[in-house]
Design a protein around this ligand. Structure first.
Ligand SMILES: Cc1cc2nc3c(=O)[nH]c(=O)nc-3n(C[C@H](O)[C@H](O)[C@H](O)COP(=O)(O)OP(=O)(O)OC[C@H]3O[C@@H](n4cnc5c(N)ncnc54)[C@H](O)[C@@H]3O)c2cc1C
Ligand code: SF4
Ligand code: SF4
Length: 412
């Protein structure tokens, strides 16, 4: 989908002030049909009238209105004053500074290209089993297990694979103990709207939740809190972000991996993205698919997403860098630091400074810049605020031919 309409120009780089009156009609025009909607599902779970639908499957991942009364672009509850969906949406109007100010008490400086951060570390789970099951260092799973043990949370919104995992279809779900956390470990590179497990968590009577998700999902809690959404935002007590430049449509399994490479989805054991799409199969095989071949299956909701580094989480985690089995970890909030410090003291995690891999941090900045550049010019421009790109390295002069005369010295 191309961006057909952005917010009116007068909103550009202005902050929302006064009473919040925005409702579904504005969300539909400015986010859902403009190309900004990521499909995070925060509006869906926030609707007190249950009139927002969502299909969690290929070609879906976008909210729609369930009532016929006023058509897809208007809402009778909105007309009567309901504003929950726009209060929840981490792409509506001035969402980025709203989230920054709520979490950090200030907005991001332009130089803070991967967002406001206290510390950047390399971390792995000390427990070998947790480490082994994790995608990178197993840190996310280690945090969830520790938060459950220590009573910070009584459940977490995570992503599982449906059935026995052979379809590789991602499914949002709730983890309430170590076994469930570990059953959800690892990464799926198709979309999983973990927020959709919220109702299951409420049905189970859970009160204190961790949210795991890519930036599109983890920006929702601070936006909700900032816009005073009320009880929906309250249970989220810890917010774990996953670095992310895109997710793929589920059709990539059949249309690329199987059709071109002869790798049916049920044969896949694990996947990762490290410059190429890596696939390990149950028979011990290993395959690499060039990323440029995968781009055609990029999920539509990712095309304009400006947030690579999951900037509004307590802790953001990624797998870039030279240490494959460590998690690159951006500690953003005081709570994030408290949890990491206590976990390190308890010996639950092993920590080393990110300075041991400066290229990983440089790559995080580069990828953050690429994502920020995807934010459309028509939309409110905060995510586009960036320092000028670093100067390009001059191309190395071609080696002189063996019989060429020596180069003239500078100034000579
Ligand atoms: C779609 C996606 C894209 C990513 N892209 C990048 C990237 O470009 N660069 C980078 O450095 N890192 C990226 N990551 C993050 C990386 O893959 C790891 O998730 C991260 O390093 C944490 O590893 P871990 O071993 O600590 O986590 P683990 O202990 O393995 O825990 C991972 C957690 O992520 C949840 N999860 C898995 N898949 C999904 C999904 N599709 N949607 C929502 N939640 C999910 C699981 O439920 C689990 O709780 C991406 C992750 C995902 C899910
Ligand atoms: S970005 Fe998320 S909250 Fe906003 S409209 Fe899309 S699904 Fe709803
Ligand atoms: S690129 Fe990642 S963070 Fe952005 S919308 Fe897509 S899945 Fe969400």
């Amino acid at each position: 989908m191309t961006v057909i309409e952005g917010p009116p120009a007068e909103f550009d780089l202005t902050r929302e002030e006064g009473r919040w009156t925005h409702q579904w009609a504005e969300l539909h025009a400015e986010v859902i049909t403009s190309g900004l909607c990521t499909g995070c599902s925060a509006c869906v779970i926030s609707c007190p009238h249950d009139v927002i639908g969502y299909e969690h499957r290929e070609g879906g991942y976008r909210p729609f209105h369930l009532e016929d009364e006023l058509g897809p672009s208007d809402c009778s509850h909105g007309q009567k004053g309901c504003t929950s969906c726009t209060r929840a949406c981490p792409r509506f109007r001035d969402w980025e500074p709203a989230a920054d100010e709520h979490l950090f008490g200030r907005t991001r400086e332009v130089e803070e290209i991967h967002g406001i951060a206290e510390q950047t570390l390399l971390v792995r789970a000390a427990d070998d089993h947790v480490h082994e099951l994790g995608q990178d260092g197993g840190l996310v799973s280690a945090i969830l297990i520790w938060l459950l043990d220590e009573g910070y949370i009584d459940g977490a919104l995570v992503s599982y694979l449906e059935g026995d995992g052979s379809t590789w279809r991602a499914k949002p779900g709730v983890a309430t103990n170590k076994e469930e956390v570990l059953a959800a470990a690892g990464s799926r590179y198709t979309y999983c709207a973990n927020w959709l497990a919220y109702d299951e968590a409420m049905d189970k009577g859970l009160k204190d939740l961790a949210l795991v998700g890519m930036g599109c999902q983890t920006s929702a809690p601070p936006v909700m809190w900032s816009r005073k959404i009320g009880k929906v935002g309250k249970p989220v007590k810890f917010n774990i972000g996953l670095l992310c430049s895109k997710t793929f449509d589920d059709r990539i399994f059949d249309e690329l991996f199987d059709a071109k490479y002869g790798i049916p989805r049920h044969t896949i054991k694990k996947m990762n993205i490290k410059g190429v799409f890596q696939l390990w199969t149950h028979d011990g095989g290993y395959h690499e698919v060039p990323l440029k071949e995968c781009h055609a299956w990029t999920r539509e909701g990712c095309n304009h997403c400006p947030d690579f580094a999951a900037e509004h989480a307590d802790i953001s985690t990624g797998g870039i860098g030279k240490f494959n089995d460590w998690t690159l970890t951006v500690v953003r909030t005081e709570l994030g630091r408290e949890v990491m410090t206590r976990m390190a003291k308890a010996g639950v995690i092993l920590v080393k400074p990110a300075e041991e891999d400066p290229a990983a941090v440089a790559l995080m900045d580069r990828l953050s810049r690429v994502s920020r550049n995807r934010w459309p010019d028509q939309a409110i421009g905060f995510p586009k605020r960036m320092p000028p790109p670093p100067p390009k390295k001059p191309k190395a002069a071609p080696a002189p031919a063996p019989d060429a005369p020596p180069a003239t010295p500078a100034g000579g």
